[in-house]
Ligand binder design. Structure first.
Ligand SMILES: [Mg+2]
Length: 288
């Protein structure tokens, strides 16, 4: 591995070789049974374009023009808070308000399970190059992939299933939509996940927490500096963070290189995370 390695004319992979190799060594010493991957979904496991999962609902037009207008008004009111770099209670409160108002719109305009299924069927979302390889590798090695996302769990799961990437080692900690017996959306279960509370979501309140809490070496994948907070407040032993600085990101390169151990620009592939996973899995202490 070299310090700066242009994988193609546009894609750069930026990291400090010594620091990263030192961290990988620690992961290798503990073996794959101590490792887990915690990843954001939108624009991390998926390509930066064309869309994030939640926006597919609006783009589909299936909830009508009035829904789109009202959702857009909310966007204008709250998006500035999302862009704010500060990790404050005020920001978290505003993000929650946005979620609650948006949830009310889903009820008002009649979101249904059927609509979500239609959206999945015609979805333009594509997984990032190498995500399928990564998911297969983790499944084969029985290493958990924990997806922490503010998107609807239903859509994350349906997209993984559609791509043939749904496996028992995958955990999805995202927004659980509730439906009545006719498939009509009725609300979101607590805890509601949004961009500013990802640090509060992964904890012993999660029903499969015991499957991951002893895996204290964490590879984090995200496309927003906030995503490093997905690890919650548990004291993990070793952390390697990889950030995707997508062209659509409003935040600058300095911010990413400060926060993440490695930064991949311009919607690059999973080559680097896959290489890290290979190095750890290949060093497993208990051969199978
Ligand atoms: Mg994202």
């Amino acid at each position: 591995m070299r310090g700066e390695m242009p994988a193609s004319p546009q894609v750069e992979t930026i990291f400090n070789r010594e620091v990263l190799e030192e961290k990988i060594k620690r992961f290798q010493q503990d073996g794959k049974d101590k490792m887990q991957v915690i990843a954001d979904f939108d624009r991390t496991l998926t390509k930066a374009e064309p869309a994030a999962l939640l926006s597919l609902i609006e783009k589909s037009g299936l909830l009508g023009a009035d829904y789109s207008r009202e959702a857009d008004e909310l966007f204008k009111e709250y998006y500035a808070y999302e862009l704010d770099q500060e990790w404050t209670e005020e920001r978290s409160k505003k993000m929650r308000e946005w979620q609650d108002k948006h949830t009310a719109l889903f009820i008002k305009y009649g979101l249904t399970k059927e609509i979500l299924d239609q959206i999945t069927e015609s979805s333009p979302i594509q997984f990032r190059a190498g995500t399928d390889e990564m998911i297969k590798k983790l499944e084969a090695a029985n290493v958990p992939l924990v997806i922490v996302s503010g998107a609807p769990r239903y859509l994350i799961e349906s997209h993984l299933k559609k791509a043939g990437l749904w496996h028992p080692n995958i955990h999805i900690i995202a927004n659980d939509y509730e439906f009545d017996e006719h498939g009509k959306f009725t609300g979101i279960c607590e805890p509601v996940v949004h961009v500013a509370n990802k640090d509060e979501i992964l904890n012993d309140g999660y029903h499969r927490y015991q499957e991951i809490e002893s895996r204290t070496n964490v590879l984090i994948l995200g496309d927003n500096p906030d995503d490093v907070n997905m690890i919650g407040r548990h004291l993990w032993s070793n952390i390697i963070s990889v950030g995707f600085l997508n062209p659509s990101s409003k935040k600058n390169r300095n911010c990413y290189t400060k926060v993440f151990d490695a930064v991949i620009t311009n919607d690059g592939s999973m080559k680097l995370p896959n290489g890290i996973i290979d190095q750890v899995i290949g060093q497993n202490k208990t051969p199978q």
